[in-house]
Design a protein around this ligand. Sequence first.
Ligand SMILES: NC(=O)c1ccc[n+]([C@@H]2O[C@H](COP(=O)([O-])OP(=O)(O)OC[C@H]3O[C@@H](n4cnc5c(N)ncnc54)[C@H](O)[C@@H]3O)[C@@H](O)[C@H]2O)c1
Ligand SMILES: O=C(O)C[C@H](O)C(=O)O
Length: 350
Amino acid sequence: MRTSMFRSVETAIRRASSSSTTSHIVRRSYASGSHPERKVAVLGAAGGIGQPLALLMKLNPLVSSLSLYDIAGTLGVAADVSHINTRSEVKGYTGEDQLGQALEGCDLVIIPAGVPRKPGMTRDDLFNINAGIVKGLAAAIAKYCPNALVNMISNPVNSTVPIAAEVFKKAETYDEKKLFGVTTLDVVRAKTFYAGKAGVHVADVNVPVVGGHAGVTILPLFSQATPAGSNLSDEEIKALTKRTQDGGTEVVEAKAGKGSATLSMAYAGAVFADACLKGLNGVPNIVECSYVQSTITDLPFFASKVRLGKNGVEEVLGLGNLSDFEKEGLENLKAELKSSIEKGIKFANS
Ligand SMILES: NC(=O)c1ccc[n+]([C@@H]2O[C@H](COP(=O)([O-])OP(=O)(O)OC[C@H]3O[C@@H](n4cnc5c(N)ncnc54)[C@H](O)[C@@H]3O)[C@@H](O)[C@H]2O)c1
Ligand SMILES: O=C(O)C[C@H](O)C(=O)O
């Protein structure tokens, strides 16, 4: 699960800022095809997540064409990001009549469109607005880029992924290997919090996070964390688990009405998108946690480690050995996750 996203970004920055003559040569040979052409769209690109995510995708050398779409405000973001001297060509699209153009030819579509939480709300409280937004965007994806991988960020992820799946099924374009709920922020948080408590270097830490993306459905598996052997007590593991589950709420409360995580989410979204692009490009052994169609439990969608490949999901990996505390957490999350999945399916078919 270690990612070289930072290395990719660093390389892109170094390439862009190297001395003028060399940089032209390097850039020309680079553009001539060390990586295949890849078109990536961000839907909701003018938002709190969308803007920094657009920036990070512009820094990613695996992207050749960056398509930024929102219902308003995209052209300024696109003009701004387009001046950065990295590989991809940037185009901005605004309003529903330009959505088709934004999506045509996409290899990867990232969706951070929709409203964020305010203090006191659950992610499910966003369902009434975001379910409709996701349904509309999924219908457009089915029409204009049915083969693209889809990275769903919009909440409640536990329901928006099943909604998109149903829309794709109706359009007869559903490929379960290509639809991902982005749960990378849970992994990012679990790594950070674990490193702090265990006193290990954060860059070396791996922690799988399974289940879903809301409250108790977020289940970090600290018994599988590496580096291990840090002698954390049961109480400390419980506290780390609770902090990971409440990470989103911690940010919502700190922002005090001004939205939810945007910068850490953009980072997490860029890490996951980078992994998807590497998989598409045939880089072996790319593994990230994601909320996907799954048979590893009795629930039809579940987050776990996933191996990414040329067609999206290559393999959904099992849960491995769980501690008693994690086994209990797994049983406790099932009812809520099941009901969020059913709510999404029902909405999509109504
Ligand atoms: N998966 C995760 O871990 C995670 C983390 C953080 C936030 N989120 C979710 O991401 C979503 C976006 O959060 P944000 O902070 O960027 O919100 P935001 O309000 O700042 O931005 C959302 C953007 O979506 C746009 N939008 C609305 N309807 C649209 C449509 N039909 N098509 C295209 N764009 C549309 C808005 O114009 C806005 O620019 C929220 O639902 C939030 O809960 C998920
Ligand atoms: O908490 C939220 O509402 C946003 C997001 O799901 C997060 O985990 O930060």
